[in-house]
Design a binder for this molecule. Structure first.
Ligand SMILES: [Zn+2]
Length: 446
């Protein structure tokens, strides 16, 4: 049977350099990649043997890319915490997240990953860069996440959140898990899977652990993925312990000599911005999570003016990139009391240009675009535009229409992973039922 999939009779939004819109357009996928983009009539004539999917005039666009997620956080939903309500960010970590990740079993890791992956597919997310923690179930934990993502067919880049918070032995296990998975991805390349090297955050990474981690990243030409200055406490800790801000410390240690993803960057100073720019560090903004934790708001428009590559993630708060994107400019406008803050071109650049660029560091073909040679990662939106819909008006529809619009079909690497709202990789009802069995047990151990 032909491996060719022809998705046609759609309004194709390519998001290429020219933001091309093709009315009654079609896309031919072959071997996981987009082979041709054109009119439905032409492609039907040219590829009569392809499996044809009639999209009945709906919108076909590139799949969404989430560049910072925590798939392990699912079982926090509805869970009560046992101490008093946290007053600050460090207490949120100590009383919620560090206790939760300590209590996860291997099956919890697998099942709790499936759920946000499914939710992501339902909202059109086709690539996820994850940052994983399960400090008392480390060896093999990334395999559990990868198994979940492969079963659902989601493109993923994983890392383990190395930390000294429970001592050197557990930090070393984190380093080994990162190295093991980086090596696996190198030795058994798979288009769906990639690896980075995870560090929790500067304030839980001592110099010895940092040195060992840098050795591994250098050895494999890998990439760091680390929270940076999410809360003021992270910067204050760096000043107190090392007499310099976080990014200065990372620069001096050699951590920025290879690739580096710096998540949040809310409390960095001017000098650190210049270090980030100078070393081509990739920054990820997570506005909903930041508002929820009350930690502040990164100066993203300023980063963009400095030509820093800053993209958008969800930090485990949601798996809905359309929602995160719609929310993104709001805290900036609220805080500046200026509705001109975070312009439309800046919004477009942050997500539609920078997220594909960031994910592109880990995968060997273009993502987030419908063009020949790119990964065939595409979604179908049941969107009937109430106003003119074109390259010029796309972002307005994306911000104010798409968050309420169902995604009916999700295609990753040319493979249909959700068809008309039905998830194809796993039995969704069974996953949810198993999660409801496992979560209360984890809550008891929490
Ligand atoms: Zn995070």
């Amino acid at each position: 049977m032909s491996d060719q999939l022809l998705a046609g009779n759609a309004t194709v939004v390519t998001l290429d350099e020219k933001s091309t819109f093709i009315d009654k357009g079609a896309v031919l996928c072959e071997n996981g990649v987009i082979k041709k983009v054109g009119s439905t009539g032409d492609l039907l004539r040219e590829y009569p043997g392809a499996h044809y999917m009639d999209l009945e005039g709906r919108v076909l666009m590139p799949g969404m890319i989430n560049v910072h997620h925590h798939l392990y956080s699912t079982f926090a939903r509805g869970m009560g915490i046992k101490d008093e309500a946290p007053e600050n960010f460090v207490q949120i970590l100590e009383r919620l997240w560090w206790r939760l990740d300590n209590a996860l079993s291997m099956e919890d890791i697998y099942i709790s990953a499936l759920i946000p992956l499914i939710e992501g597919i339902r909202r059109g997310t086709t690539t996820i860069i994850d940052h994983h923690a399960s400090q008392h179930k480390i060896p093999g934990s990334l395999d559990e996440l990868s198994k979940a993502a492969v079963e659902l067919g989601v493109r993923h880049c994983l890392c383990y959140e190395t930390s000294d918070r429970w001592g050197q032995e557990i930090a070393d296990e984190g380093i080994e898990e990162n190295e093991r998975f980086i090596k696996l991805c190198k030795e058994q390349p798979d288009d769906l899977r990639a690896a980075a090297f995870g560090l929790h955050a500067a304030f839980t990474i001592g110099d010895e652990t940092l040195r060992k981690s840098i050795e591994v990243v250098k050895k494999y030409g890998s990439f760091f993925h680390c929270h940076v200055a999410e809360d003021r406490a992270d910067e204050e800790d760096s000043m107190k312990k090392y007499g310099m801000p976080i990014m200065k410390r990372f620069e001096k240690s050699g951590a920025l000599d290879g690739g580096f993803m710096a998540i949040h960057c809310i409390h960095i100073n001017e000098e650190e911005e210049d270090i980030i720019k100078g070393h081509n560090v990739l920054v990820v903004h997570n506005p909903e999570s930041n508002m929820n934790n009350g930690v502040g708001c990164a100066r993203v428009p300023k980063f963009l003016e400095k030509e820093i590559t800053v993209g958008l993630g969800t930090d485990g708060f949601t798996s809905d990139m359309f929602r995160e994107l719609a929310v993104m400019p709001l805290p900036h406008r609220l805080l500046s009391k200026d509705p001109r803050t975070f312009t439309f071109p800046q919004i477009f650049q942050t997500y539609f240009q920078n997220n594909p660029a960031i994910a592109g560091k880990f995968f060997n073909k273009p993502l987030g675009v419908i063009k020949e040679g790119a990964f065939a990662d595409m979604i179908v939106l049941d969107y009937d535009p109430p106003t003119p819909f074109s390259g010029n008006t796309f972002l307005g529809h994306c911000l104010f229409g798409f968050p309420q619009t169902p995604v009916s079909t999700t295609i990753i690497g040319g493979k249909v992973v959700m068809r008309e709202g039905r998830i194809l990789g796993v039995d969704e009802e069974r996953v949810m039922a198993r999660a409801r069995e496992l979560a209360p047990k984890m809550w008891d151990r929490f």
